[in-house]
Design a protein around this ligand. Structure first.
Ligand SMILES: [Zn+2]
Length: 354
């Protein structure tokens, strides 16, 4: 098995869907492109066009070769402590009220079972280390998972997995919605260009039958209690907690909307919450441009006194996922991992093949 070099700051590869020009860009170019200030250098098509330039894969990307795909480690991040899980029951998270509504008060019996079957047939998504970390940052930034515990999974594919030829443009609705064939004799690995995370890298939509082995660790890694950066940040928060409440607050959060600003005008922020916000901004500035906007960690002010270093430790741990990936790979190497045995139907297919 081989590990790819991790680089969150590398150049991205673009393809213009008007003139077919392909070229490399950096994060600053992408920022200008997104504001309409930078078009395709060949034909001038900008981000407002239906046939706009989009992320594409370098012609020399080794993921074009099936043997390379099977030899690489692939990554996935999840809030599930067990993944992939054949016994996962999607309906278990639904309330009785939701189930009743899904079945329209008995008018469409079996709707919940059909929905659960569709959820279970959805593809699993694996990609580069960078894509897995960015997926976690994006989900934390979406608020729902700002305080969730995440796990990083490292996947080895089966040597006999069946890979669909070619690398496909990411299709609308592909993320999580691809339904691969249940027929084990067809491809159980589908390559696509990731345009959401680690943009212009190759990700895979796979069936669980393509997985050979999985290793996992909770992320971020814990930070040593005597880490100098952690001690300094904790001391700043403790000092802020002792200061009286400010009557006016600096509008230092450039990513807050008008409603939030209005709300804050009526609820003065505590010095502790202000300091936590400053700490988050300073920490985010340590990240490369593409990941900087995504660093959001819920600050539990009520629980601060019980564990004053929890928040800075989370921030420092998250940045190290980007700045020191080798520590994460070393931690994964310590994990024995577990094999993902084929289901009975898949086993018979594999035995026929041999
Ligand atoms: Zn063009």
């Amino acid at each position: 098995m081989s590990e790819r070099p991790v680089d969150f700051d590398r150049l991205r590869y673009m393809r213009c869907w008007t003139c077919a020009h392909e070229w490399e860009v950096d994060a600053a170019w992408l920022a200008r492109f997104d504001t309409g200030d930078e078009p395709c250098p060949k034909c001038g098509t900008d981000c407002t066009s239906e046939h706009r330039p989009d992320f594409w894969v370098r012609p020399q990307n080794p993921a074009r070769y099936d043997d390379t795909v099977r030899a690489w480690y692939w990554y996935h991040s999840s809030t599930h402590a067990v993944w992939p899980d054949r016994d996962f029951d999607p309906a278990a998270q639904l309330t009785d009220e939701t189930k009743r509504r899904m079945e329209h008060d008995g008018l469409t019996p079996g709707a919940v079972e059909r929905w659960a079957a569709r959820q279970k047939s959805k593809a699993l998504h694996i990609g580069t280390y960078e894509a897995a970390i960015e997926n976690m940052l994006r989900r934390m930034n979406d608020q729902r998972d700002a305080a969730s515990q995440f796990y990083l999974y490292r996947v080895q594919l089966r040597s006999d997995c069946v890979i669909e030829p070619g690398i496909h443009p990411e299709l609308p609705g592909l993320m999580g919605d691809v339904e691969l064939s249940a027929d084990a004799q067809k491809a159980n690995v589908f390559r696509y260009v990731n345009v959401c995370e680690d943009v212009s890298s190759v990700s895979l939509a796979i069936e669980i039958s393509a997985v050979w082995k999985v290793q996992s660790i909770p992320i971020p890694l814990p930070v040593d209690a005597d880490d100098p950066g952690l001690r300094e940040a904790t001391a700043r928060l403790l000092a802020a907690a002792d200061r009286p409440i400010e009557q006016t607050r600096p509008e230092d959060d450039d990513d807050t909307g008008p409603l939030e600003r209005l709300r804050r005008r009526h609820t003065p922020q505590t010095p502790l919450a202000s300091e936590a916000g400053r700490l988050r901004h300073e920490t985010a500035d340590l990240l490369p441009l593409l990941q900087r906007q995504q660093l959001r960690v819920e600050f539990d002010e009520a629980g601060f006194a019980g564990d004053p270093s929890a928040y800075p430790a989370k921030l420092i741990g998250l940045v190290r996922l980007v700045s020191d990936p080798q520590a994460i790979l070393d931690a994964l190497n310590q994990q024995p991992g577990h094999l993902v045995p084929p289901a009975p139907g898949e086993q018979s297919f594999l035995m026929q093949e041999r």
